[in-house]
Structures are given as structure tokens and as C-alpha cells.
Design a protein around this ligand. Structure first.
Ligand code: NAD
Length: 487
């Protein structure tokens, strides 16, 4: 299987190669096969991309928002038309099953382009009455925005960042994760085909040092990172030293609280979605599942039954529900956490091993895993594992559940399952998390802002909030009378 792109980078509307850059092999995680080889950006490539973006941005910002939006909406249509081929490419790049990539990846990027392409024309400043005189605010673009992606939702992340950035009149340089470099290049081609002027969406490849070079580049005005907390700290510190704008979408260890009165099938389904979708490689996953003691046994019984019937295997088979982890390093990290959980005294209730899959014995697969009897101090309950590992914890009272759910450095997401509507809203109001769900989990429609509090990040993607984060306000005072000067 090959998925070699035309070139490593996409700059100023064209594919660009520079073989001087460090080679990066792109591996299909289901088999370990090398499907492409690209090269990390050299300093020259970084410079070319930033220059192209600076050059293109001024003219783009002068267009009417509705004109910019029209191009984004055309790109959204092309993403949907090409969904099958993009889904296949995303599956090869990430190992995620095709039944997921068909519905959750390019379609989510398309939603972002469509939403921001439409919403931007109504996202204006305000008129301020100053009693005769008046003021107004202008929403102005920031300039050149840098997007840095993680590997779990490559094209979605590229769309969630470039959609609002471009809609607001910015240009973007996007650096995908070195693990999943392919679909951002496909998005760049689609933008060009949709009529986006050259230089507005540039893709440069590379590892951390390329991200760092771009972050520190003086012509970059804003950085939006999706990645881990340690990387977020470095990038935010660098952004701060230049006073650049920054949005950080980082990791989590989010709680799901299941009360005695919950619909158990829904709660089990939500907890499984929040732990096993994308083989558990989702930042907002609810990996600490707090279950009230009255429903504990029923919850576990149904959870284990349903977990054991998950179909794991060939990601390109439309019946497959779970694929491999993204690479060997992530696989080994998750296996080490499973061993750690056992040595910490948690009960391994399901999974925990590497499945025997004919034809895929060199893949990075791990069985969906459930730990019971987990306590708050165990490392498996405190650290982000980023794999298909669910921790189930027992609780007695609402106050206890809230206090324990909040006892973490993270604050990305939280979920509550209950049929008591007053309790649902009361508990959500007490949880320290940026993105919450009541009686469902992990749905992230573009209309709703998404992001974290505490160590899980700052800023928001999606919703009108994202347009705010890709723009700055200019205040204008208009005098309609005489200047009253004491001099
Ligand atoms: P990572 O932090 O290792 O890498 C993220 C990106 O940052 C990559 O493109 C990487 O090359 C780049 N990078 C690394 N060092 C850098 C530096 N010093 N300067 C600039 N860029 C640098 O994360 P990952 O392993 O790719 O992704 C998994 C993590 O991402 C998890 O913690 C997950 O929770 C998080 N994540 C968060 C969200 C969200 O929206 N909150 C979404 C998906 C993933």
C-alpha cells in the first residue's frame, strides 16, 4: 500500500520538496508498512512558507467576509465530495477504522469550513453610543497564524484551525504531526481548487524543532496548538516571550459521572464512546468513569458484555470498530500503563492484551481494556494514557463525585449521566471543565465552542468563540462636536 504525496510541503499554492530535510517515514499502523516517505522542513522551507503567507494575507483581509466565506464553503463541498478517498488516506495515516474516518474526519473539517464561511459575515464589531459622539469596534485579523496538529484527528484539526483563521482574513502555516502528515496536504490542494489564493494555506512538515522554529518566527502572529500538556507549556512560553496570541488545545483525564438513576445503556454507551472511539486516542476522553454504588454491578455487567463484542482488526474493513494505536511508541506506552494498573492493584476486568489478528501481527493493536476498583491516587487514574483503557471508580454521594472529579490538573471535559435534570445542571455547574456533556459523551459539533480549563489549555476552537480567537479588536472613537482642550 502506498500513499506517497506529490511532495512533502505545500507552499504558495504548489507542492514543494527539499530533500535536504530529515526524512520521515509514514507508517500504516495496522501493518507497520511504510506507505510514504517525506522530508522535514529545512530553515529555507520554513522561510518560504512564512513569506508566502505574509505576502498573501494583506489582499485576503481586504475582501468582504462573504467573499472569503464563499471560497471556504466551496472547499467544504469538495471535502464532502472526496470524503471516501480522504477517509481511506486518513485510515492509512492514523490506523483509525474506515467506519470512523468516513464520518468523523473530513466531514468534521467540512463542517468547520461551512460554519465559519457562513458565520464570519455576521461576526462584526459593535456600535457604541457615546452621547452624540460614538465609537465602534472593528474585528481585524491577526496576520499569519500557525497551526500545529496532533496525530489523532489530522484533517479535522487542520480544518478546525484553518477554517476560522482564513474566514477572519488571516493566512495560515500548518504543521501536521510528524506521525500523520498526509491529509493536510490533501486539504491544501482542495483549498487551491476551491479558489483560495496562493499562500494563504501552507503546509510544512516536521517534528518538534520545525514547530519550534515556526513558533519563534517573528512574522507569526498567533499559534494554535493541539497537542500534549508538556508541548503546550513550551509553545505557550515561547508565544508569551513574543507577546503572540495563542490557543492551546491540550490533554485531559476527564471524568464521566454515572448516577444511580441514569439510563444504564446510555451511560455504558457514552462511557465506551468516551474511551474506545479512535482506539482511545481522543483528548476529551472520559477515562475516569465514576459509577454510583447502586448501579455499579449492572453498569459493569453491561459494559463488559458490550466491550467484549467490539470488533477489532483490519481498519479498511467497514465492519471493523477498533483499529490499532497510531504507532509502536504509543502502543508500548499504553501497554506499560496496563501493566502499571495491575501492579497498582486495579482489577483488570476486560482486555489488557494484544489481540491475535491474522495478517496484522505486526500492527499496533491493543484490546479494549477496562480496569475496576481503581482509586484516585493510582497513576492510571491521574495520567493521560491516550489509549483504549477505561478506569472505573466507585462513589457514594454527589458531593464526593464532584470533589474527586475535579481533583486533577486537567480540565478539558466532563460528562454526567442522570435522569434528574436539576442534578445534571447542578453538577455540571460545579465541574472544572471547558467542554461538558449531559447524557451523552464526546460529541463536538462545530457550533459549540470546544476547549479546556486548567492545564488542558486556553482559548477555544469552534463556535463563534473561535472567530474571536483569530481576530483582534480595534476601537475607534468618532467625535461629532468640537475638541474640548484646556490648552
Ligand atoms: P505532542 O504534544 O507530542 O505533539 C503535538 C504537535 O506539537 C506535533 O505536531 C509536534 O510535532 C509538535 N511539537 C512538539 N514539540 C514542539 C515544540 N517544542 N514546539 C512546537 N511544536 C512542537 O502531542 P501528540 O502526541 O501529537 O498528540 C497527543 C496529545 O494531543 C494528547 O495529549 C492529546 O490529549 C492532545 N490532543 C488534544 C486535543 C484538544 O483539542 N484538546 C485534541 C487532540 C489531541
Amino acid at each position: 500500500m502506498k500513499a506517497q504525496p506529490k511532495a512533502s510541503h505545500y507552499i504558495n499554492g504548489s507542492h514543494v520538496e527539499d530533500e535536504q530535510g530529515e526524512p520521515i517515514d509514514v507508517i500504516y499502523p495496522a501493518t507497520g508498512e511504510t506507505i510514504a516517505r517525506i522530508h522535514a522542513a529545512t530553515p529555507n522551507i520554513v522561510e518560504l512558507a512564512v513569506e508566502a503567507a505574509v505576502e498573501a494575507q494583506r489582499g485576503w483581509a481586504r475582501l468582504r467576509p462573504v467573499e472569503r466565506g464563499r471560497i471556504l464553503r466551496r472547499a467544504a463541498d469538495l471535502l464532502r465530495e472526496r470524503n471516501e478517498e480522504l477517509a481511506r488516506l486518513e485510515t492509512l495515516d492514523t490506523g483509525k477504522p474506515i467506519q470512523e474516518t468516513l464520518v468523523a474526519d473530513a466531514p468534521s473539517a467540512a463542517d468547520a469550513l461551512e460554519f465559519f464561511g457562513g458565520a464570519v459575515a455576521a461576526f462584526n464589531g459593535e456600535f457604541v453610543d457615546l452621547g452624540g459622539s460614538f465609537g465602534y469596534t472593528r474585528r481585524e485579523p491577526l496576520g499569519v497564524c500557525l497551526g500545529i496538529g496532533a496525530w489523532n484527528y489530522p484533517i479535522q484539526i487542520a480544518g478546525w484551525k484553518s477554517g476560522p483563521a482564513l474566514a477572519m482574513g488571516n493566512a495560515m502555516v500548518f504543521k501536521p504531526s510528524e506521525n500523520t502528515p498526509l491529509t493536510a496536504l490533501a486539504l491544501a490542494e482542495i483549498y487551491t481548487e476551491a479558489g483560495l489564493p496562493d499562500g494563504l494555506f501552507n503546509v510544512v512538515q516536521g517534528l518538534g524543532p520545525v514547530g519550534e522554529a515556526l513558533t519563534n518566527h517573528p512574522r507569526i502572529d498567533k499559534i494554535s496548538l493541539t497537542g500534549s500538556v508538556p508541548t503546550g507549556r513550551k509553545v505557550l512560553a515561547a508565544a508569551g516571550s513574543y507577546m503572540k496570541h495563542a490557543t492551546m488545545e491540550l490533554g485531559g483525564k476527564s471524568p464521566i459521572i454515572v448516577f444511580d438513576d441514569a439510563d444504564i445503556e446510555n451511560a455504558v454507551g457514552g462511557a465506551m464512546l468516551g474511551n474506545f472511539y479512535s482506539t482511545g486516542q481522543v483528548c476529551s476522553n472520559g477515562t475516569r468513569v465514576f459509577v454510583q454504588s447502586g448501579v455499579r454491578d449492572r453498569f459493569l455487567e453491561r459494559l463488559l458484555e458490550r466491550t467484549k463484542s467490539i470488533r477489532i482488526g483490519d481498519p479498511l474493513d467497514p465492519d471493523t470498530q477498533m483499529g490499532p494505536l497510531v504507532n509502536r511508541a504509543q502502543h508500548d506506552k499504553v501497554m506499560a500503563y496496563i501493566a502499571l494498573g495491575q501492579s497498582e492493584g486495579a482489577h483488570l476486568l476486560a482486555g489488557g492484551g494484544v489481540p491475535a489478528l491474522q495478517g496484522f501481527d505486526t500492527g499496533c493493536f491493543i484490546e479494549p481494556t477496562v480496569f475496576g476498583n481503581v482509586t484516585d491516587t493510582m497513576r492510571i487514574a491521574r495520567e493521560e494514557i491516550f489509549g483504549p483503557v477505561m478506569c472505573v471508580l466507585d462513589f457514594e454521594t454527589e458531593d464526593e463525585a464532584i470533589a474527586r472529579a475535579n481533583d486533577t490538573e486537567f480540565g478539558l471535559s466532563a460528562g454526567v449521566f442522570t435522569t434528574d435534570i436539576t442534578r445534571a445542571h447542578r453538577v455540571i455547574g460545579e465541574l472544572s471543565a471547558g467542554t461538558c456533556w449531559i447524557n451523552t459523551y464526546n460529541l463536538t459539533p462545530v457550533e459549540l465552542p470546544f476547549g479546556g480549563v486548567k492545564q488542558s489549555g486556553i482559548g477555544r476552537e469552534n463556535g463563534l468563540a473561535a472567530l474571536g480567537h483569530y481576530s483582534q479588536l480595534k476601537s475607534v472613537y468618532v467625535e461629532t462636536g468640537k475638541v474640548e482642550s484646556p490648552y
